[in-house]
Design a protein around this ligand. Structure first.
Ligand code: OGA
Ligand code: MN
Length: 285
């Protein structure tokens, strides 16, 4: 089966035509999708209704799936399915209603950040509810040689507790999540294991400081790099249609879920997550 990838933005992103993710895929199609994924970083499969089982099966074409690192956010029926939703159940708003409000790469606060993820739109507001992506190869490539030489040698301290939305979570659950996910040290620049290209690796949501430096010493450079990473020319903003499925490469792209919609309207996204390689180290205390 031949697939066609049509670019959607200058920075990254392509729409994939000729694939129905709800069906079983042959090896040649999977190889073609993988090649497009490595080239475009973010792939949009337009409007395909799928069951959870079909979503899981399609995702497994691209690797082993993980349960969310935060136990309280795992779906009981489908541990490999993470739901980003503002749904109210028994009068309680979902713990993931504010997920992704600051630029990040998923699991940057863990020692095994995912390779990628597949997000499926189950319900969307009338307007907004977009997801933004940015190309971290470009973010690295466009630094001066002098700054590249500096960031190449640096590592950062990433901490789940830095995410602003954690403050609105159930305190007992948050305490458990922080205990299970203590701060980690990750390189500021990573080499993509499949393309061999260097990508800047920072997440404004969780990166507290440069390893070996105080927060106030780190702030100037980190603020510059956070802003630089999301220059408009590196980004792609996806406006969801119902049932779109988006696959991103979490090793070289960051994403953001802006609150650009009416919170009274339902927005519900289901995500599967591809297990990555072990990376980084625990922060010595
Ligand atoms: C995620 C995430 C973005 C969104 O699922 O990892 O950050 O737009 N979601 O819901
Ligand atoms: Mn995310």
């Amino acid at each position: 089966m031949s697939i066609a990838a049509r670019r959607l933005a200058y920075g990254l992103g392509a729409a994939v035509l000729g694939v129905d993710p709800s069906r079983a895929q042959d090896a040649a199609t999977v190889a073609a999708i993988r090649a497009a994924w490595l080239e475009h970083l973010v792939l949009v499969f337009p409007g395909m209704d799928m069951t959870v089982a079909q979503h899981v099966e399609f995702s497994r074409c691209f690797g082993e799936l993980e349960a969310h690192p935060v136990a309280g956010l795992r779906d009981e029926d489908h541990p490999e399915m993470f739901r980003v939703t503002n749904r109210i159940t028994n009068g309680k708003r979902s713990e993931t209603a504010e997920a992704g409000r600051v630029w990040h790469s998923d699991g940057a606060y863990t020692l095994r950040p995912p390779t990628g993820a597949l997000l499926h739109c189950r319900a969307r507001p009338d307007v907004g509810g977009d997801t933004w992506f940015t190309n971290m190869y470009r973010a690295y490539d466009t630094l001066s040689d002098t700054l590249k030489g500096i960031v190449d040698k640096l590592s950062v301290v990433n901490d789940l507790g830095a995410i602003p939305a954690t403050k609105r979570r159930d305190p007992a659950k948050l305490a458990q999540a922080l205990q299970e996910n203590p701060p980690v040290v990750q390189p500021m620049v990573r080499v993509h294991p499949e393309t061999g290209r260097k990508a800047l690796y920072l997440s404004e949501a969780v990166t507290r400081r440069i390893d070996g430096m105080k927060e106030e010493e780190s702030r100037g450079l980190l603020q510059y790099l956070f802003a630089h990473s999301v220059r408009p020319e590196f980004t792609f903003r996806h406006t969801w249609r119902l049932h779109d499925l988006v696959l991103w490469d979490n090793r070289c792209a960051m994403h953001l879920a802006p609150p650009d919609f009416d919170p009274a309207q339902l927005r519900e996204m289901f995500r599967t997550t591809l297990v990555g390689e072990p990376m980084g180290r625990a922060l010595a205390r």
